[in-house]
Design a protein around this ligand. Structure first.
Ligand SMILES: [Zn+2]
Length: 97
């Protein structure tokens, strides 16, 4: 196997992993990115109130069912708005769930 072939295989594997990862998300990655932006903006002005207030607000505003998303966030260490940003945003960026 030459270098280029190795690289190609690795890329395929990474894509497959990424797809597998994305299929475990309760909502599309883009929705999470919007959620993080929203929560980030709210925390800047209001600060964290040690619950998922802004996360829930965002989900309600977009008519997204709360339960699967909240469950997913908590499973990944996001028990309040600032933890969502701290723990979940990074993982999502790096596909680390
Ligand atoms: Zn917090």
């Amino acid at each position: 196997m030459d270098k280029a072939e190795k690289k190609r295989l690795l890329k395929n594997w990474k894509n497959a992993e990424k797809e597998k990862f994305e299929s475990t998300l309760p909502v599309p990655r883009e929705t999470f990115e919007k959620l993080f932006d929203y929560v980030d903006g709210c925390l800047d002005t209001a600060g964290c109130s040690h619950d998922l207030r802004f996360t829930v607000e965002f989900l309600n505003n977009h008519q997204i069912p709360l339960e699967p998303v909240v469950e997913f966030l908590q499973k990944n260490g996001g028990y309040c708005d600032c933890e969502v940003l701290m723990n979940v945003e990074d993982k999502l960026k790096n596909c680390l769930f």
